[in-house]
Design a protein around this ligand. Sequence first.
Ligand SMILES: C[S@@+](CC[C@H](N)C(=O)[O-])C[C@H]1O[C@@H](n2cnc3c(N)ncnc32)[C@H](O)[C@@H]1O
Length: 254
Amino acid sequence: MGVVQAGLAAAKRRVARVRSSPTTLDRVDYEQAWDDYAKMWRNRNPKLAHIGDEWTGERAGAAKTVAEYCQLIESRFIEPYISQDDSVMEIGVGGGKTSALLKKHCSDLTCCDISAEMLKATRERIGDDGVRYVKLDGIKLSGVRSGSMDVVFCFDTMVHMEPRDIFNYLTQVPRLTRSKRICVFHHGNTLSELGWKRFLSEWDRNLMGRSGGSFSVMTIELMARFLDHLDYEVVLKDTESIPRDCVWAVRAPG
Ligand SMILES: C[S@@+](CC[C@H](N)C(=O)[O-])C[C@H]1O[C@@H](n2cnc3c(N)ncnc32)[C@H](O)[C@@H]1O
């Protein structure tokens, strides 16, 4: 290898190292992490149809295939809580796997995400008919009218969010809701057997800051405290359907 080629190879290795490490000590860069994920997805998954087909729920102990996982989400967490005349907001849409299920069951869907690339992928999958797309900045749930949502749904997204960022969204959700004010929130539980396994698999790649795509350290007790503090009423606390995690159906305070 010539000197120039060796120099280029070393530079590439440096860039790869930087990309796979947390970029700052004071900020989890969810936006960059998920934009990058969406951009690299096709090369990494040449045989799959949509972003999200790789999230089968297997490592969460919930399902063996993406079809089985979708069936579980639809039958346990969508059908019981969403009806055809509901306005629904989803926070964190990925490639639209859950959005496609939600769209079948509601009147209109607002897809919110911190990643413009993920919103683009979801739009390609489920289109514009009865669907709005809102780019979030990670702090404010802006771009959604106050008192306009019957249901707020957040699946496979809080598993990646820092507890404080989850709490921050929870403080803002009630203002957006109306009438039945149902929210379905799914988050990780580091203290479950599978949650602990996940923690052990990535703790050393997330020291002094972390990548936006890693799992957060989160527990059921902490979520219970958040919900109680903010006056949400618990309708369901499900720790069995997805054994690694916890799914809540709650009523936002009026
Ligand atoms: C694993 S995907 C889940 C997608 C989808 N809900 C599903 O079930 O397939 C996580 C999504 O959450 C988004 N996300 C991550 N952090 C976020 C944040 N703080 N606010 C809003 N969206 C976020 C990512 O951009 C990504 O699209």
